[in-house]
Write a protein that binds this ligand. Structure first.
Ligand SMILES: [Cu+2]
Length: 239
């Protein structure tokens, strides 16, 4: 219940029975507090659809299969692009104690792309009965390098430094994943239809960047309202 509703309720209760008014006043607000605006939109692809053939596997085919689908260009019927990371540039940094998962599953990374706040602890898993060696890089420097010889194995690592972390597997050269580490929680990742949403952004003027692993980055200006939604759509094309 918002303050206005509470006042109305109180007014009615005072007209009827005084103790009801006190009761109504003591009730906590049911509606969640609005702490900022929302940015929504859609990321679509423009141009001729790029070829994106599956990767031919050269080993561990009993687990990986003969091919593993490429996940570089996940473009839907409406040309919506999945796995684009949208980030608000400028809000103050804040570390977190969040958790995330990166799974080696049927010889690809799940999820293929994810975005986390700096300070997040990521659990790297091996769901396959083969050796994976998950090796991640930030600006060509190793972030973590984990041998996972056993099915069911889990190793946790903290991601402290913001940036775009590329993940590879030293055992399977086709495996590729991305962990986008941001300074604050004001980001979103587009879904299969290209739609994204970023919640509770502090009101203000910002730059908003859309990043895709192969299509690069596009930046737009956005003014986020104190309450309500602003729509920002992006179009990405092959460079
Ligand atoms: Cu592997």
């Amino acid at each position: 219940m918002n303050a206005r509703g509470r006042t109305v309720l109180m007014g009615r209760a005072v007209a009827g029975a005084g103790f009801l008014a006190l009761l109504a006043f003591a009730l906590p607000d049911a509606a969640p507090a609005q702490t900022g605006g929302r940015i929504t939109g859609t990321v679509t692809f423009v141009g001729t659809l790029p070829e994106d053939p599956p990767h031919k596997t050269k080993k561990d085919q009993e687990v990986c299969g003969a091919t593993v689908p490429s996940e570089t260009y996940l473009i839907g019927a409406n040309k919506g692009i999945k796995n684009v990371v949208l980030t608000v540039e400028g809000p103050p940094a804040q570390q977190t104690a969040a958790k995330a998962v990166l799974d080696n599953n049927k010889c690809h990374f799940v999820p293929h792309v994810q975005a986390v706040v700096a300070g997040t602890e990521i659990e790297v898993r091996n769901s396959d009965p083969v050796l994976h060696n998950t090796h991640s890089y930030l600006d060509k420097r190793t972030v973590f390098n984990l041998a996972l010889p056993l099915q069911g194995q889990k190793i946790r690592r903290k991601l402290s430094k913001p940036g775009i972390v590329e993940v590879k597997c030293d055992a399977h050269d086709w495996m590729r994943g991305w962990i986008v580490v941001r300074e604050h929680p004001y980001f979103g990742v587009s879904e299969a239809n290209g739609a994204y949403r970023i919640e509770n952004v502090p009101p203000g003027k910002y730059k908003l960047t859309a990043w895709h692993e192969a299509l690069g980055s596009v930046t737009k200006e956005v003014t986020v309202p104190a309450v309500g939604t602003v729509q920002v759509d992006f179009q990405l094309r092959k460079r």
